[in-house]
Ligand binder design. Sequence first.
Ligand code: ATP
Ligand code: MG
Length: 332
Amino acid sequence: MYNITLIPGDGIGPEVSEAAKHVVDATGLNINWETVNAGEKVFQDTGVLVPEKVFQSIEKNKIVLKGPITTPIGSGFRSINVMLRKKYDLYSNVRPVRSLPGINTPFKGIDLVIFRENTEGLYAGIEQELPDGSCEAVKRVSRNASIRIAEAAFEYAKKNNKKKVTVAHKANIMKLADGLFLNCVREVSQAYPDIALQEVIVDNMCMQLVMNPNQFEVIVTMNLYGDLLSDLCAGLVGGLGLVPGANIGKDISIFEAVHGSAPDIAGKNLANPIALILSSAMMLNHMGETDKAEAIIKAVTKTIYEDKVLTCDLGGKATTNEITKAIIKNII
Ligand code: ATP
Ligand code: MG
């Protein structure tokens, strides 16, 4: 039996996490889901943003499936999502972006993975207002964090027989901060003579991705660029409803979709649960349950490609419950 912490989160979070939980259970794995919650709803109900038992559960179980959390303004927190990544040193944010058959998009066969540095950069949260009323945000870049995200990207490339890693940066302008990141990636690449390192300035990267995304296999980049490129890449394969993610640390990992809480469609049974369902497949892979992960991916593919059950964001009419039921039916 596995113990897994489930954090439903805010907005569409409760709907998509309920869906993902049922899909994982349908694989036949014996999972004890420990449900704890944090964020806007908990804050409204209890006045506490992240109850102590959330931390206790994460630290005990070490594996977390998590919906998007909204951090209310005035709660004293910048972002609970960012806080958890920093607190548990979840340094590697892995976001696989793949074309799924049956989704109508301009591109076919996209198969890339973004490795986003997850603990520093412009997300370090070092901001201040200066006496003249102007504001500054500090971009903090360390050698340690840059080396380990580069290693994560190259290790993934090696294990998966990828030929190339692309680093997206802006070292031509931020010569020190981005320069350090770029140099660390170059240094790590030396240990992988069979894998090419391609260096692309991040603005050019945006254009290249939109014109010819199939040229990319593994992308490694800094925190903010990774955030922006992830949404761009999600758009290439059919939107935020499809792209999963993992925040990997040394001993704790949190699996969550790339999308946020989507308040515009929350509570309406309209959300696409696939992004979190595929995140749960990443979680099962991480746990060594590769057959079960594969069963989930196959069931999702069959549901959209053969059964043509699609949610609104994909141009269909299915509700969250309907697509979840269809996916569960396809799990063998
Ligand atoms: P955050 O700041 O938390 O990243 P955001 O403002 O970027 O949030 P998201 O919630 O990530 O917004 O999503 C942007 C929009 O994309 C949503 O408002 C919603 O319309 C759509 N969207 C996102 N996720 C889904 C989903 N799972 N199913 C359907 N539509 C979605
Ligand atoms: Mg967003």
